[in-house]
Design a protein around this ligand. Structure first.
Ligand code: NAD
Length: 231
């Protein structure tokens, strides 16, 4: 399969690149600015790295317009911000939506013609458990991830008749650089609050993405990969 993964230079996205490349698929991935990390993932996996800010619609159109039709799009790129709503500021709020929500729209818009012409395809949007239940001090992030869930359900209804499936992944706490700003105390509190008593790993997410990529009768669903934290 041809697979496009956004945010593939590190964390969950990089693990997804490794996972699908190891299965023998042709993988392309987008990243924002860490050329060194992206080149390392590319050299390790053979996947093609493309420096492209998903918030920049023109750049997304230009980059993805040169690629062959995709079978799977994994909208994984995302940014987080931890703080009170009174402190986030308008510029930061706008950037969060530009990357986390508009970025997904831009990539979907760009790959859709190829999927429609084949009347098949699969889109996987990475949301978060906070998009399901909301998190204090992560109001904007929760709002973005809630939008991703609504977008996923609406798109599944719209694109199902064209043979295109759309599902979301709603991870709990996953050990990546995204969590590095959280204190050890907070991480421990979150672990204790998780029924399974463990944090997730990028490998857990990549495995679930493989399932979603192959689940021919599944669409419009939100897979809650959170150790039981949100049931
Ligand atoms: P990460 O910060 O480790 O990696 C983010 C990736 O996104 C990087 O490769 C980065 O280059 C890319 N990226 C960021 N902004 C971009 C932009 N504008 N254009 C293109 N690429 C961009 O994060 P992660 O933990 O691997 O998270 C991946 C996804 O999973 C995100 O959508 C995140 O919201 C979601 N998520 C993570 C957790 C967690 O605990 N780590 C929990 C729930 C959901």
């Amino acid at each position: 399969m041809n697979i496009l993964i956004t945010g593939g230079s590190r964390g969950i996205g990089a693990e997804a690149v490794r996972h699908f490349a190891a299965l023998g698929h042709r993988v392309w991935f987008l990243y924002e600015k860490n050329h060194e990390a992206a080149q390392a993932v590319s050299a390790e996996t053979g996947a093609a790295a493309i420096c492209c800010d998903v918030a920049d619609r023109d750049r997304v159109q230009a980059c993805l317009g040169e690629l062959p039709a995709m079978d799977v799009l994994i909208n994984n790129a995302g940014i987080a911000h931890y703080g009170l709503i009174s402190q986030i500021g308008k510029a930061h709020w706008d950037r969060m939506f530009a990357v986390n929500v508009h970025g997904m729209y831009h990539c979907i818009e760009a790959v859709l013609p190829g999927m429609l012409s084949k009347q098949s395809g699969c889109i996987i949007n990475v949301s978060s458990m906070w998009g399901q239940v909301g998190a204090s001090c992560e109001v904007c992030y929760s709002a973005c991830k809630g939008a991703v869930i609504a977008m996923t359900k609406a798109l599944a209804k719209e694109l199902g008749p064209s043979g295109i499936r759309v599902n979301a992944l709603a991870p709990g706490v996953v050990l990546t650089d995204m969590c590095k700003d959280l204190s050890e105390e907070t991480m421990e509190y979150l672990r204790e609050d998780t029924p399974l008593g463990i944090h997730g790993l990028p490998q857990d997410m990549a495995q679930a993405m493989e399932y979603l990529a192959n689940a021919r009768f599944l669409t419009g669903q939100v897979l809650p990969l959170n150790g039981g934290m949100v049931i």
